[in-house]
Write a protein that binds this ligand. Structure first.
Ligand SMILES: [Zn+2]
Ligand SMILES: [Zn+2]
Length: 142
């Protein structure tokens, strides 16, 4: 049984599908995620690019030099502004999907929190999650 997840931006112009089950989420408190979300940061599903498909519309892309020193492409809806996913310029094998754009979130939990050193004083961090002050080493992605 394969669980298929779907998601969209706020206005519905962009829709996507995820073909792998997602249970673990990663919260990011970097300054860029704070700016793009207007909130504490982002919560993401890190998945293989091969399991991610845009099924409707075409997101706009913004390239930013991340605090990690890498260029990150941030994809968002040009109509309503919702951030959808990001991808490293030199890491095409992985996409980082904004978990709040998923239509449904069965059994998902924040297991890792990164960039805690730049978190806002009012941000909440799950104390049970694995925490990293900055960018952790990429998991198995070489
Ligand atoms: Zn939209
Ligand atoms: Zn971030």
């Amino acid at each position: 049984m394969t669980s298929k997840l779907t998601g969209s931006c706020l206005c519905g112009a962009i829709r996507y599908a995820v073909d792998v089950p997602v249970t673990e989420l990663r919260a990011c408190h970097c300054v860029h995620c704070q700016k793009t979300s207007g909130a504490a940061g982002s919560v993401n599903a890190v998945i293989p690019s091969s399991a991610f498909r845009i099924t409707q519309g075409a997101p706009k892309r913004y390239a930013a030099l991340a605090a990690s020193g890498r260029t990150l492409h941030r994809y968002f809806c040009g109509e309503c502004g919702s951030p959808i996913y990001s991808q490293r310029a030199n890491g095409p094998e992985t996409v980082v999907v904004r978990a709040g754009t998923l239509d449904d979130a069965p059994d998902m939990k924040i297991t890792t929190t990164i960039w805690t050193r730049s978190k806002r004083p009012w941000a909440w961090v799950d104390p049970a999650s694995k925490q990293s002050p900055g960018q952790p080493d990429a998991p198995a992605a070489k």
